[in-house]
Design a protein around this ligand. Structure first.
Ligand SMILES: Nc1ncnc2c1ncn2[C@@H]1O[C@H](COP(=O)(O)OP(=O)(O)OP(=O)(O)O)[C@@H](O)[C@H]1O
Length: 240
């Protein structure tokens, strides 16, 4: 790809400590995260598994600064992301984190290329360089012939690869993916995970991937399990 991806050089990239999150439901408070801790190492591909409703998406959203915990800290480069001055959180989300969701979240009226450009335009990247990088990323994803197609004209696998290109356009330190292959057939899912591996190997790109798939979980560097609101290590060999 020929583009500097980020400055990940080992060590803890994101340090989540004592995170607590409860939702109000029918006038009752339901505790989803209770003292959840996660240390994401720079350059790893980390998996998060857990039963449906265990709080995986909630945790991922908090890690990416999309949602606030009631207690606890999320530290990036030694700073508590929720305790900084105006504008920090938006900047953190836009420049340092990339998100890939199961439902892709692409804008339907814009082409693959335009969707990929958006986060870079918001970040104020130089337009010519941004365009070059977006085309390069989409080409890398095997989408050179699909640059001007809208999401409705793409397959599920292609759409998800556009979402991956879009999430990488600002060279984020951390890529957070919530069930990224949940809607894909096994071939597209394998192709997506091959790209993840390739990005990790070539650019030391750090990933946190929430997955229900035992096959994907087993292929990751390290897997954590969310149980009763807490994060616990799990032996990959024991994942069925
Ligand atoms: N905004 C909200 N308001 C109220 N309850 C919520 C909200 N978001 C999530 N929840 C509840 O919190 C719990 C955890 O949800 P979350 O989506 O984090 O779980 P999950 O592990 O990602 O589940 P799944 O694997 O099914 O996607 C669920 O019981 C869910 O219903």
């Amino acid at each position: 790809m020929g583009c500097a991806m980020n400055e990940n050089e080992g060590g803890i990239l994101l340090n989540v400590t004592g995170v607590w999150k409860a939702y109000q439901r029918n006038a009752k408070s339901v505790e989803v995260l209770k003292n959840a801790d996660i240390q994401v190492q720079a350059g790893e591909v980390l998996g998060i598994v857990g039963a449906s409703g265990a709080g995986k998406s909630t945790l991922l959203h908090i890690m990416g600064g999309l949602d606030r915990p009631q207690k606890g800290r999320v530290e990036f480069q030694g700073r508590d992301i929720f305790a900084q001055k105006n504008g920090y959180l938006e900047q953190f989300r836009n420049r340092h984190v990339g998100f890939v969701f199961q439902l892709f979240n692409l804008l339907p009226d814009f082409t693959a290329l335009e969707n990929t450009l958006f986060p870079g335009l918001i970040a104020g990247q130089d337009e010519a360089k941004l365009h070059e990088r977006a085309v390069e990323l989409l080409t890398q994803m095997g989408l050179k012939e699909r640059l001007h197609h809208k999401p409705g004209e793409l397959s599920g696998g292609e759409t998800q690869r556009v979402a991956l290109a879009r999430s990488l356009v600002n060279a984020p330190n951390l890529l957070l993916a919530d069930e990224p292959t949940g809607n894909l057939d096994s071939r597209s899912s394998d192709a997506f995970m091959d790209l993840v591996r390739d990005l990790n190997r070539r650019f030391n790109q750090t990933f946190v991937i929430v997955t229900h798939s035992p096959r994907i979980a087993k292929s990751l560097d390290r897997v954590l399990q969310l149980v009763d609101g807490e994060v616990k290590p799990i032996d990959k060999e024991l994942i069925l």
